[in-house]
Design a binder for this molecule. Sequence first.
Ligand code: SF4
Length: 295
Amino acid sequence: MPDIAFWNKCNNKCVMCTNEGGFALNDSAHYALRPQIEKLERWLKGQGKVYLKNDDKPDFVSLTGGEPTIHPDFFRLLAYFRLRLPGTGITLLSNGRTFADKEFARRFLKVAAPPFAVAVPVHAPAAALHDRIAGVRGAFRQTLAGLDNLFSGDGKVELEIRLVLHRLNIKSFSRLLAFLLARYPDPRRYRVTAIHYEIEGMSLANHRRLALRLKESAAALGAALPLIKRFKDFRLYHFPRCLVRPELRRLCWVTLPPEDRVYTAKCKGCRARRGCLGLMAEYHKAFGDGELRRL
Ligand code: SF4
């Protein structure tokens, strides 16, 4: 699944963004309609490495940024990708704010023919903390309005709500799940993915504020187990299996490429290694492997 940076500007300033601070300062001309189409065509023809991440995995595509929905030619580019990748799963990663515009959301749901998913992060169950993490006042209200508009579709576009866990929001994790269940009570309409933050880009620059060990994150998951069970499709990204409660292990996914993760000496002979992510390489550098225990 290539990660394709649709656009390099963003209207949020998330504290745990994995982009470098300078990414948004690059010349946006590189991400304009024509160069994006040319890159996609080169990739489809197999003409060398085109995309930085997961270039060799054609099974599905992630459209990232920056914020893809503020691309000046968003709909034309999206329609082109859909046309040239028929049957390929496309996931659009968005902060959701642009979808607060009803007409934009309606148009998007029309262009984004299945298999298509849109993944939107919600950082906290209340505006003050969400906006502090997103770095923009009013982001919470707009993101929720955007989600409301996406939920008003016919369900053909899959909806995913992402919860990126770090020091600033871990204490509100259970309250966030309860908030989602109250606001979007039909768990068949969406999935929820809880993600231990990655230490990269702005997240690395802000690490003193964000630092959170996996065992603390996993403890919050354990405490929220009754709530997690109420969701039909709940996923965990970036968690080693040995750190989460046995009931949660089947929810752990391996989504990072091999070069971004490590198995340490503690993993040797582990029965759960198959299907386990191990540790994120940057996490291992920051915290070591002292929390792991062979299963
Ligand atoms: S010991 Fe290693 S392989 Fe086993 S569950 Fe933990 S991280 Fe995964």
